[in-house]
Design a protein around this ligand. Sequence first.
Ligand code: MRU
Length: 355
Amino acid sequence: MQSKTVKAVDWINDQLVLLDQRVLPKSESYITCHDITAVIDSIKTMVVRGAPAIGIVAAYGVVISARAHHENNMKPLQLDVYKNAVLADLNLLAEARPTAVNLMWAVDKMKQCFIKTYQSESTIEALLTLAKTIHADDIENNNRMGALAANLMASTSDKPFSVLTHCNAGSLATGGYGTALGAIRAAWKQNLIDCVYADETRPWLQGARLTAWELSQEGISVCLNADGAAAWLLANKNIKWIIVGADRVTANGDVANKIGTYSLAVLAKYHGVKMMVVAPSSTVDMALKTGNEIEIEMRTTEELTQVAGIQMAPIGIEAINPVFDVTPATLIDAIVTEKGVIENPSTQKMMALFG
Ligand code: MRU
C-alpha cells in the first residue's frame, strides 16, 4: 500500500532525491544526490536520518555507485576493476553511521545482488529493482505494524488515551507511514488516541522539528514537551503508552534507539505506563546477543554546546554526545514487527520469530 504521507526519499527520473531534514520545518527543500559521495554525506550530515530511511537511501546509493563505475570504466568493461570500485564504495556506505543496523542490512542485500549480477548487462536494472523493493517493502511493513500496534493498544487500554513518543520514527525516518508514528497514525484513525506528546529530543530536536511537523500536517493532535517534562507528563496526564522506533534490536530483545529512550523506559515502569517499540525485521540483529554489543554513535559536542550555530555553553567546555542508548528488554512491554508482536521480549521469543 502506498502511503500519502511525506516522502523523505524518492527516486525521480533515475535520480535520488532527498527531503533535507536539517532545515525542516522552516523550509521544505530537496537535495539530489548525483554521486556516492553525496549519498554518504547526506547520511552522515543527517539530510536523511532514521534507521529504515538510511537503509533505503543506501540501497539507492549502490545503484548510483554501480552506474557511475560502469559508465566510467574502460570498454570493454574491466570486470575486476569495476567490481572492486563498487565494493569499496559499499564499504564506505556501510560505515556512514554505526548504530542503525538497517544501513548494513540494506548494503549487504545490495552487495549480494551486485556480486550475482555484475558480470551481466542487467546489473544496474537488477540493483534498481531491488532498491525499489526494499523501499516498497518498508512502507508495506509499516502499514502492517501500524495495524498490529493499534490492535494491541485497543485490547489493553480504555480509549481515549494519550501516548508519548521520542525522536522521529515517522514517514521522515522510513520509506513512508512510519514505525512508531505508523502505530500512532493507525491508533488515531481508530479514535483510540486523543493526544500525542512529542519529546523535543535534544540535541537535534527530531521531536520538535520533525514529529511535531509531520503529525500536525495530518491533523493529528500533537503537543510538544521538553524532554525533562516526561516524568511530570506520565504522572499527570492520561498517557498509557510510550511508543518509539528502534535502530537495532538484539537477539535478547534489547533495543537501541535515540538517546533518552532508556530513561523513558525506566520512567514508564515506575508510572505503570507501557513501553512499545515498533520496528521492522530489518532493524533486528540476531547476530548480537545483547545490547551491550551495539556500537553507540558519538556525534560532535557542538550539537550540544551550540544552538543553530550560536554558542550556548562556555567555549571549550567538556561535553559528551552519545546519540543512542540501549533499553534492556526487561523494560519493554512489546516489540511490534511486521512478523508479529513480541510481548515481554526474551531470547526465546525473539528466536521463535527471527531465529
Ligand atoms: O539520529 P537519528 O535521527 O537517525 O535517530 C533516529 C532514531 O533514533 C529513530 O527513533 C529510529 O531510527 C527509528 S526510525 C523509524
